[in-house]
Design a binder for this molecule. Structure first.
Ligand SMILES: Nc1ncnc2c1ncn2[C@@H]1O[C@H](COP(=O)(O)OP(=O)(O)OP(=O)(O)O)[C@@H](O)[C@H]1O
Length: 470
């Protein structure tokens, strides 16, 4: 397999040399993201970082950080569309904005044509921005209602000193036509256009400065389904014609499937899976991806809409779970090595632990609870003793004690809580490497944590571990 096919080949350092602006051939990485972190300080909310203490001065400020993007590495090959999918709040927009250097990374690097954007500022950054454009979800609010669409399309050209007035107008008219609008509508205001047409105006504006790379942040989410496909088709045609590379963000897996070549799945600030589109949809390996795919609404109305629902809430990015971040909701949490439970027993223990931790039942009849979670009886040995102790706490209404005992004895002892997973697994479809951050692959996968993840101490975090000179 060639490096270009590899997808997330961080060993190849041809792009890791800062300051080298070389032509990137089709299929080579145009954008490379290494160990990228974006933390927000929690001071944005009024009481977000204030905690109550029982000693004077009673209120204490804590410097807490929202880990919106936390050690993410991947690359985007020239000419491809990388889809980025995940639930609301998982960090997709923050990742996109940090990649474009609209936000300053807390740590890590973003190489664009070999240049580390994290190190740029001022005029060099402004010049680079011309080559990287962004399209947002809401076509309504991203267009100034007081400006006609022609000048809207011309704005970025003007800002970057491209062409003269006449040239800009000619280019704007040409681009309006390219994106499927009538060039005669150059003098119309945004309100005269439908949602889909407004998104086309946004496309024309982004294209005006002749970019190589466009980040599309939920560009069709606000549009009717019937219009979505038309806009997506236009985007594909434009990609071909203008030799564009897309990072395409969506929470809708059907849209991602339609447009992407490869797909990255994000959960709570981390990438959990990355593979060729077909490989990801036909051979997904991360329980989170599987749950997302299972939750795609099924067209058959008799099926009741959704097939599978992700259980539990997404934990706070202020204090994400250790190890695998999905472990608190994962239906395949791995049994700690010190127990020897059957699959049925372990499922009962896992579900009982979560039910107690989330208080999803009332303790009215303890024998019914036993039956529900331990159909075949409470397990023997240490695990059984712990469960019986938890039952005693519950009958005394000591929920916190029961929850802490179960979580500490079972959930936190799992490899899923103790080590961050990063594996490469075998690919069945396509040629790209298949990354799956799940310890279920500790035996059949190759551990790539040195390649993909930063170290555990500050010194090692980010680039250092990837063997770059920086
Ligand atoms: N400026 C900010 N200050 C503090 N926290 C922020 C800021 N911007 C985003 N966050 C937090 O970072 C996390 C990731 O947010 P982000 O908007 O990137 O997610 P998303 O996946 O794009 O969600 P959505 O699909 O709803 O837009 C969220 O917990 C969000 O509250």
């Amino acid at each position: 397999m060639s490096d270009a096919d590899a997808g997330f080949d961080f060993e190849d350092d041809t792009l890791a040399t800062p300051g080298i602006d070389r032509e990137v051939a089709e299929g080579e990485p145009l954008v490379r993201v290494e160990g990228l972190k974006k933390y927000f300080s929690d001071t944005d909310s009024l009481f977000g970082n204030v905690t109550v203490d029982d000693e004077f001065p009673y209120l204490r400020r804590q410097d807490r950080q929202v880990k919106a993007v936390d050690d993410v590495s991947f690359d985007i090959k020239k000419g491809e569309t990388l889809g980025l999918v995940g639930e609301s709040g998982c960090g997709k927009s923050t990742l996109a904005r940090t990649v474009l250097r609209l936000l300053k990374p807390t740590e890590g690097s973003v190489y664009f044509k070999g240049e580390d954007l994290a190190k740029l500022s001022g005029e060099p950054l402004r010049r680079r921005r011309k080559e990287m454009q962004m399209i947002f979800q809401d076509p309504q609010s991203s267009l100034d209602p007081r400006m006609k669409v022609g000048p809207i399309v011309e704005e970025p050209m003007k800002a970057h000193g491209m062409l003269d007035e006449e040239g800009r107008e000619a280019r704007a008219r040409e681009l309006l036509e390219k994106v499927g609008l009538d060039p005669q509508h150059y003098n119309r205001y945004p309100h005269a256009f439908s949602g889909g047409q407004r998104q086309r105006v946004n496309l024309a504006r982004a294209l005006s400065v002749n970019p190589d790379f466009i980040v599309c942040d939920e560009p069709v989410s606000a549009l009717d389904v019937s219009i979505q496909a038309q806009v997506l088709n236009t985007m594909e045609q434009l990609q071909e014609e203008f030799d564009l590379t897309y990072l395409f963000i969506a929470h809708d897996l059907s849209v991602i499937r339609y447009i992407s070549d490869r797909v990255a799945v994000m959960y709570l600030g981390k990438l959990v899976e990355l593979a060729d589109k077909e490989e990801l949809y036909e051979n997904s390996q991360h329980p989170y991806t599987k749950a997302l795919l299972d939750s795609i609404p099924v067209p058959d109305p008799r099926s009741g809409g959704k097939r599978g629902i992700l259980e539990g809430d997404v934990p706070s990015p202020l204090d994400p779970p250790s190890g695998c971040r999905f472990r608190t909701r994962c239906p395949e949490l791995i049994q700690p090595a010190e127990y020897d439970l059957t699959d049925v027993e372990w499922t009962g223990v896992r579900e009982f632990t979560r039910a107690v931790d989330r208080r999803t039942f009332e303790v009215t009849d303890s024998s019914r609870i036993r039956e529900e979670y331990f159909e075949e009886g409470v397990p023997d040995g240490d695990a059984g003793s712990i469960i019986k102790e938890a039952f005693q706490h519950l009958s005394a209404e000591e929920w916190d004690e029961a929850g802490a005992l179960l979580v500490d004895s079972f959930a936190k002892q799992s490899i899923c809580a103790r080590e961050e997973p990063a594996y490469e697994v075998e690919t069945e479809y396509g040629t790209s490497r298949h990354y799956a951050a799940c310890h279920l692959h500790q035996e059949d996968g190759t551990d790539v944590s040195d390649e993909v993840l930063g170290g555990t101490d500050e010194e090692d975090a980010g680039l250092g571990i990837l063997g770059s000179d920086d």
